[in-house]
Design a protein around this ligand. Structure first.
Ligand code: PEP
Ligand code: MG
Length: 552
């Protein structure tokens, strides 16, 4: 068995389909016709971009945006200029290769969002090289039976076009909790595991079972394994039929909310049985914009996001620009440690115009739709910041303002922070990053970024204490809210709502319904009494209802 990090839930059995590593380039003499060769490289890059465009058109939402971003890389004039620079001394394929490598180094230095785009860049380069050399296209091989695709890492172009009927699972040796593979596989409902070291050593055609919840890849699964997975699948289908608001078995309410990033997500979540939106990541609408969107454009888009929720509350996060989510129009220049720099609310305080436009657009959209809009700020650390933001939101005519608790400083001082604002929402992705001093973009640090780390739970508990003292709501909108066992712990710590990707809601609803509020308190105590993340999870796993743990 190979153990990795499960990033998209569900299980399946299929045959191994290895994605070949790119072959070395053949020897090539230096170009004797740099103008002609430059034109050939440009043609190859344009052909790659055109194919990516075609793929993007057949998709929607984040998937389409990621592919469009890869097409934009293929058309980047800077890339072609770099090729031109190499052509007098290298042949066309080698010149393209050198240009791509140089670009990748620059992306690496820029870090954050750019570093995440390196896979796209290398993929674009490999495809254009294959065209230049008349070689077969790299990437996922043609599949004829249900397969588990295993790769070092996958480009979004690969993941987005996978047919879920044939690709029943995805496994990568690289990648992290927030990599493309994770986001796209979960959006497409394909079980996926990242950081699965040794998976590339498996032979093509071997039968394997994948479990995207536990992160396990089992070689040649036996009948008992298959029967167990089939039982789990049936039980999960039954659970999906449950409906209604989040409640523990003794009726303690915990709102079940959706995380969304665009209009397509809003339409999907609006039609689902959720009690509203706990996190609308507004910056996702603008990742590829070069200039700030106008108030009119924003209010029109926000209106389309709000409408599907009718009278249900929608919590909108103001632009969280910087670090892992850079926006071209909200860039204050390079910093040595972007995650610790002027990001989130810190950046908005230097660009008040952007915040004011966004609040104005939200106020218009709220008035037009009659929606119940709550507005919160990312990356708040102090009471002063919380006061500043809350006053500004109220002044814009939006009655409910809150803050995300993503920085331990705000969690430890939650009572004082909550005294000056209306609600708080815990961003456990960043809270883990800052509590453990582990960059969330570094896949190798996944163990430290585990929300089961007892120190992270202590910080969450401190924030909940502030909620109790002030009587103000404290929710969770980081990925941890969608983990059914963690949802019980968070409930026991006192959170009032859980916000997650919409597919995760049924399981969390069911987990809550199997435990009393007091049992959740005991589970939280067991987790906090543990000495490590593994021990905390094991303690909760052992004490939770077996009806639930049998399904995990
Ligand atoms: C978080 O940090 O937990 C969060 C919800 O925000 P994001 O992942 O968008 O930074
Ligand atoms: Mg965050």
């Amino acid at each position: 068995m190979i153990k990795g990090l499960g990033v998209s839930g569900g299980s399946a059995v299929g045959v191994v389909a290895l994605v070949a590593q790119p072959e070395p380039l053949p020897d090539e003499p230096p170009s004797t016709d740099p103008t002609g060769d430059l034109a050939r490289v440009e043609e190859a890059l344009e052909a790659v971009a055109a194919r990516l465009d075609q793929t993007a058109e057949s998709l929607s939402g984040d998937a389409a945006e990621m592919i469009a971003a890869a097409a934009a890389i293929a058309r980047d004039p800077g890339l072609l200029e770099a090729v031109e620079g190499f052509l007098p001394t290298l042949g066309p394929a080698h010149a393209l290769h050198a240009a791509v490598e140089g670009y990748a180094e620059q992306f690496e230095e820029l870090g954050g969002y750019f570093a995440e785009r390196i896979t796209d860049l290398l993929d674009v380069g490999a495809r254009a090289e294959a065209l230049l050399l008349g070689r077969p296209m790299p990437g996922v091989p043609e599949l004829s039976e249900p397969s588990v695709v295993i790769a070092h890492d996958l480009a979004p172009a690969d993941t987005a076009v996978m047919d879920p009927a044939l690709v029943v699972g995805i496994v990568t040796e690289a990648g992290g909790r927030t990599s493309h593979t994770a986001i796209l596989a979960s959006q497409r409902g394909i079980p996926a595991i990242v950081q699965a070291k040794g998976a590339l050593g498996l032979d093509d055609g071997l039968r394997v079972g994948i479990d995207g919840d536990s992160g396990e890849l089992v070689v040649d699964p036996d009948d008992a394994y298959l029967a167990e997975k089939e039982n789990k699948r049936r039980a999960r289908d039954r659970i999906s039929e449950r409906s209604g608001p989040g409640r523990t078995s003794d009726g303690h309410p915990v709102m079940l909310l959706a995380n969304i990033g665009n209009v397509a997500d809003a339409e999907l979540a609006g039609a689902a049985d959720v009690e509203g939106v706990g996190l609308f990541r507004t910056e996702f609408l603008h990742l590829s914009a070069d200039t700030a969107p106008s108030v009119e454009k924003q209010s029109e888009e926000y209106g389309r996001v709000l409408t599907p929720f009718g009278s249900r509350p929608v919590t909108v996060r103001t632009l969280d620009a910087g670090a892992d989510k850079p926006l071209a129009f909200a860039d204050l220049g390079p910093e040595p440690n972007p995650a610790l720099g002027r990001r989130g609310l810190r950046l908005m305080r230097e660009r008040e115009d952007l915040l004011d436009d966004q609040l104005a657009a939200l106020a218009i959209a709220a008035a037009d739709t009659g929606a119940l809009v709550k507005v919160m700020a990312p990356m708040v650390a102090t009471v002063e910041e919380a006061t500043w933001f809350t006053e500004r939101v109220h002044a814009a005519g939006l009655p409910v303002a809150g803050v995300m608790i993503e920085v331990p400083a705000a969690a430890l001082r939650a009572r004082h922070v909550l005294e000056v604002t209306d609600f708080a929402s815990l961003g456990t992705n960043d809270l883990a990053q800052y509590t453990m001093a582990a960059d969330r973009m570094v896949g190798e640090l996944s163990d430290l970024l585990d929300p089961w780390q007892p120190a992270v739970l202590d910080v969450v508990a401190a924030a909940c204490e502030g909620g109790r003292a002030t009587g103000k709501p404290v929710g969770v909108c980081g990925e941890s809210a969608g983990d059914p066992l963690m949802a019980l712990v968070l409930t026991g710590l006192g959170v009032t709502s859980l916000s997650m990707s919409v597919q995760r809601v049924p399981m969390v609803r069911w987990a809550l319904s199997q435990h009393t509020a007091q049992e959740c308190v005991h589970l939280a105590e067991a987790a906090r009494a543990a000495e490590s993340a593994e021990a905390a999870l094991a303690a909760v796993h052992a004490a939770a209802s077996t009806e639930l743990t049998d399904l995990l």
